[in-house]
Design a protein around this ligand. Structure first.
Ligand code: SF4
Length: 78
């Protein structure tokens, strides 16, 4: 999948199953898989980054935010 690097990655070994990210996802892209959060509807993901912000254990990784923090690439949306 060409766009896969732009989707959130959830580390199942870090996820504690709190459900915060699933509740905060505006498009319903996240859901449960074996008691852990997972990107169950990747086509719905609009990259709001809500999930990354609300996760209490840092289990969610959004690749473009990492790129931004390194200053490697400029994006004109905020
Ligand atoms: S917010 Fe983090 S710890 Fe909670 S369900 Fe989502 S990935 Fe798991």
């Amino acid at each position: 999948m060409a766009d896969s690097q732009w989707l959130p990655r959830i580390a199942a070994d870090l996820c504690n199953g709190c459900g915060e990210c699933i509740q905060q996802c505006p498009t319903g892209a996240l859901g449960w898989q074996n008691g852990k959060a997972a990107l169950v509807q990747p086509d719905r993901c609009t990259y709001s980054a809500n999930c990354e912000r609300v996760c209490p254990v840092g289990a969610i990784d959004l690749p473009y935010l990492i790129v931004k923090s390194l200053g490697a690439t400029q994006y004109d949306h905020h």
